[in-house]
Structure formats: structure tokens, C-alpha cells
Design a protein around this ligand. Structure first.
Ligand code: NDP
Length: 499
């Protein structure tokens, strides 16, 4: 088959896939020691894709042992940076070569649309491996100013074994966000994908071996948070943990660290991000597309989703009219169809959670204008894109992370009121501002306590720009940009007294 372009083409690819089912430890496949497996379900159809090894503390320990041995033997950690670069560049190429296979696997595993999976896996994931590969041989230490009788060098060394615990909303992309800088730094990794979406991370580990990554440097342990995730958090031989997921579980990782070896923990967690439209903004196609994307991209299962849309009262009616037009045109359905805009929620459990928030919005008095429930006539865990007007800052839908396709409009009377509403949240991941007034844009950008502010277009930035949260959205550590590598390096001073 040449370039696939229809759901039928992607179903052919799907029918030929071999799904990984075991843990990848020390360069080979392993069943769980307990012999246990869990079912891996396609949330768009309810079909069982297969079973996956149900790993727990025993496999985490085995994986950490392999990672430590590989780190100490130095084949990766002490390799010349250009050797690490060459392997990571080969991995980027292999991901590109296998992009369709990986994208279909991701879509089946998560309910995400093939359109999004192809974009993430065909473009973004290889870009991350390529960018950090290029950085590997371009980072230098420093020499401190001293008197004639001393040389003082400040060098950066890989921190050791890193534990990476991932969410299900961007499975392979999040693996790349964390692995690319960690591997470029020279670390060895133990990675736990979310239980809902283990497949592509396991396949990536195999591709990494094909690219030349030495055995033991990347270990992937599928399993559940309570067991495998906790075992990573508490392991005394893991030097750093990087986690993306809910704020609640992020807090557990701080506890695990404090009750074990005090490992540093990088946290990227939830959000309740504002999308602010001031009265001078042009309510044009670009703005409306941004509003729709900000709320509904990836079915709203996005930590930086701008669900709280704070719209100046002078333009609110026009905004709502155009948002509703576009919302009604969105296609919800078969994730393998390239024409689909919104796929399935990741699981039946998550679908129920999203639906319960929609019910909360209705009962708290928000005015339902579109959607409002599960998608009729579809077999899996689908939710219709939902628009509420008349949301107030105190409502649950305005305060808690829904992680589903819900757009809530809050009216604001002028820039100061918009800012006050926007700031009224425990989270601080992201914000979008639309205005033609550059002074107002900077005024708001500086006063919004969050990690990313997008002006006149919804975006999370790209590989070059650090991503992470203020307040309950994150720790000081950042994914992406040169900052991400810092999480996986430690600083050593070498002070030489000359005779
Ligand atoms: P979680 O925070 O529960 O899961 C994220 C990762 O942590 C998964 O790998 C999970 O494992 C693991 N984990 C879960 N519990 C523990 C634990 N006790 N100890 C160690 N590791 C653990 O997110 P969910 O997937 O359950 O989603 C719940 C909510 O979290 C969402 O509705 C959303 O609000 C938010 N979220 C935010 C994300 C973000 O990008 N910031 C991403 C995903 C979710 P496993 O799933 O295998 O049990």
C-alpha cells in the first residue's frame, strides 16, 4: 500500500499489527514474574487488543538493575557525545520510517484520532529525538575564574538512572519529551507507560535497540500506578523521577521520594487554563479555530486545555455564535478515519468522569448550548463536544480539571475583571490571550501565574521552549527546551590546586 488516506487503508495496517505484550528489560522481552497480565482495550470499540504483562515491584527492580548496570558500564553514559547523537538520530529516522504503524497502534490503544497520531508520531516525536541528539555534543561545562594557582572546572554529568512515569493522553509524545533529553544526557531509564496505553512505548524500546542503544539503557515496564508506578517512586536506586499526570498522583511521588532516597521529582500536572478574549480582538476564523482547538484538541484530554473561555461581554455573543457553528461541524467518530476531529475518550471510566462533570455543569446552572452527553450511535467511549455559557468562577466545571471536550464561557467586563477571573485557580499551566493591543497583551502575560502564555493563537510552544507549570500544575523542572536536559544532569566542581 502506498500513502494511506482512508479509514479502510488504516484498518489494513491495523490488521497487520503485532502488538507488544511483554516488558522490555535489558534489551529483551519479559513476562511478569507473577505471570499476571492485563487486558488492553480499544476504547473506540470496546475490543480487546491483547494482553500485556502486569508488571509490579519485581520487574521494576529488574529494570532498575539493568539500567544501573548499563549506566555503570559506561557504554552509553560515558560514550562520546557524538556517539549518543548518532544513535538518537537513527532512532528519529526509525520512528519516521515506522510512523504509520506506530500511529495506528497509538490510535487503537488510546482512541485518539489518526490525524493527531500521525502528526505527533510522524513529526513531533522524531523532532524531539533529533533536537536533543543535536544538543548532545553542543553542551559545555564552564571554567570558573580563579587565581594563577588553581583551575576550577564546573562539569555536568548524567544523573544516573531515571524513572519516567507517563500519562495516557499523548503516550508516545510524552515518552519522547522525557526520554530524548534523558538519553542525550547519558542517563539510563526505566519508563512506565500508563496502563491504558502501553503499546507504542514498548515498540519504541525495540526500535531504540535497532538504532544502537545498548541493552539496559531503556527499559519499559507496563503496569499499574499503585504497583509499578509506586515501585519506581520508592526505588532507592533511581536517581530522578519525571512524572506527567494528575496533581493528586504527582503529590504521591513527592511522598515516595521523601520516604525513600530523597530523589528529585520533576512534575508536570493538571491545569485549568484560561482563554481570554478582550473587547478589541477580531472574532475571526483564526480566533475561533484557536478557541475550538484549545478546548477540544485531543478530545479535551490535554493538560493545557483552555476550557475556561473568559470572553469580554462586548464580544461574547459574536464569539459564541461562531464557536457554536464550528462546534456543530466537528466530526466525532471512528478514530481511524482521517476526517474525524474527535475520537474516543481513553476509557469507559474516564468517559463516566467527563460525563459526570457535564452533569455537574447542568445542575449548577451553566447554560448548555451544544453537546452535553455521550455520542449517540457510537459503540465506544465517545463524548460530544460540549459548550456551556453562563459559567461562573465558583462552579465545579470552572475549578476542577475535566479532561474532556467541554468549553465553558465566562463573561467578563473589561480587562481587569478578565485577569481576576483568569488568576482565580489553583493551577498555573497555560493561558491564551486574544487582543490587538500589545500593551494589554504584555500586561496580562506578565500577571498570569502560569508556565506558558500564548498570544493571539493557541499553542503549547515547541521543542525549543520549556513547558511546565506554576502552582499546582508543576514543579520547577521543565520538559522541552534546553531546560529539560538540566533535570537529568548534575553539576560537579573539579578544583585543581597547581604546584
Ligand atoms: P494519573 O495521574 O492517575 O496517572 C498518570 C501516571 O501515574 C500513570 O502512569 C499512572 O499509572 C501512574 N499512577 C497512578 N497512580 C499512581 C500511584 N499511586 N503511584 C504511582 N504512579 C501512579 O492520571 P489518570 O490517567 O488516572 O488520569 C486522571 C486525571 O489526571 C485526568 O482526568 C486528568 O485530570 C489528569 N491527567 C493529567 C495529565 C497531564 O498531562 N497533566 C495526563 C493524564 C491525566 P496507571 O494509569 O497505569 O495506573
Amino acid at each position: 500500500m502506498t500513502s494511506p488516506s482512508s479509514a479502510a487503508d488504516y484498518r489494513v495496517i491495523a490488521s497487520r499489527l503485532a502488538f507488544p505484550s511483554r516488558a522490555y528489560i535489558d534489551g529483551s522481552w519479559h513476562e511478569a514474574t507473577s505471570g499476571r497480565v492485563f487486558e488492553n482495550i480499544n476504547p473506540a470499540t470496546g475490543a480487546v487488543l491483547g494482553t500485556v504483562a502486569h508488571c509490579d515491584a519485581a520487574e521494576v527492580d529488574k529494570a532498575v538493575g539493568a539500567a544501573r548496570r548499563s549506566f555503570e558500564d559506561g557504554a552509553w553514559s560515558r560514550a562520546a557525545p557524538e556517539e549518543r547523537k548518532a544513535v538518537l538520530l537513527r532512532l528519529a529516522d526509525l520512528v519516521r520510517e515506522h510512523a504509520e504503524e506506530l500511529a495506528v497502534m497509538e490510535s487503537l490503544d488510546s482512541g485518539k484520532t489518526i490525524k493527531d497520531c500521525l502528526n505527533e508520531i510522524g513529526h513531533e516525536v522524531p523532532t524531539f529525538f533529533q533536537w536533543y541528539a543535536e544538543l548532545a555534543d553542543k553542551s559545555f561545562g564552564k571554567v570558573a575564574p580563579t587565581g594563577e594557582k588553581t583551575v576550577a572546572m564546573i562539569v555536568k554529568e548524567p544523573v544516573g538512572v531515571v524513572g519516567l512515569v507517563l500519562p495516557w493522553n499523548f503516550p508516545l509524545l510524552m515518552a519522547a519529551w522525557k526520554l530524548a533529553p534523558a538519553l542525550a544526557a547519558g542517563c539510563s531509564a526505566v519508563l512506565k507507560p500508563a496502563e491504558q496505553t502501553p503499546l507504542t512505548a514498548l515498540r519504541l524500546a525495540e526500535l531504540a535497540t535497532e538504532a544502537g542503544l545498548p541493552a539496559g539503557v531503556l527499559n519499559v515496564v507496563p503496569g499499574f500506578g499503585e504497583t509499578a508506578g509506586q515501585a519506581i517512586g520508592r526505588h532507592n536506586d533511581i536517581d530522578v523521577v519525571s512524572f506527567t499526570g494528575s496533581t493528586e498522583v504527582g503529590a504521591y511521588f513527592l511522598k515516595y521520594a521523601s520516604e525513600s532516597n530523597l530523589k528529585p521529582v520533576g512534575l508536570e500536572m493538571g491545569g485549568k487554563s484560561p482563554f481570554i478574549v478582550l473587547e478589541d480582538a477580531d472574532i475571526d476564523d483564526a480566533l475561533i479555530s484557536s478557541a475550538i482547538n484549545a478546548a477540544f484538541w485531543n478530545g479535551g484530554q490535554n493538560c493545557s486545555a483552555n476550557m475556561r473561555q473568559i470572553i469580554d461581554l462586548k464580544v461574547k455573543d459574536t464569539f459564541l455564535h461562531r464557536v457554536l457553528e464550528k462546534t456543530r461541524a466537528l466530526v466525532v467518530g471512528d478514530p481511524l478515519d482521517p476526517g474525524t476531529d474527535l475520537g474516543s475518550m481513553v476509557s469507559a471510566e474516564h468517559q463516566s468522569r467527563v460525563l459526570s462533570y457535564i452533569e455537574a455543569g447542568k445542575s449548577e446552572g451553566a447554560r448548555l448550548l451544544a453537546g452535553g452527553g455521550a455520542s449517540a450511535g457510537l459503540p465506544g467511549c465517545f463524548v460530544d463536544p460540549t459548550v456551556f455559557d453562563g459559567v461562573t468562577p465558583a462552579m465545579r466545571v470552572a475549578r476542577e480539571e475535566i479532561f474532556g471536550p467541554v468549553l465553558g464561557v465566562i463573561g467578563a467586563n473589561g480587562v481587569e475583571e478578565a485577569l481576576k477571573i483568569a488568576r482565580d485557580t489553583d493551577y498555573g499551566l497555560h493561558a491564551t490571550i486574544f487582543t490587538r493591543d500589545i500593551d494589554k497583551a504584555f500586561h496580562l502575560a506578565k500577571r498570569l501565574p502560569c508556565g506558558t502564555v500564548a498570544v493571539n493563537g493557541f499553542t503549547e510552544g515547541n521543542v525549543t521552549t520549556p513547558f511546565g507549570g506554576y502552582k499546582r500544575s508543576g514543579s520547577l523542572a521543565r520538559d522541552n527546551g534546553t531546560e529539560a536536559v538540566e533535570q537529568y544532569l548534575q553539576t560537579k566542581t573539579i578544583w585543581v590546586s597547581l604546584r
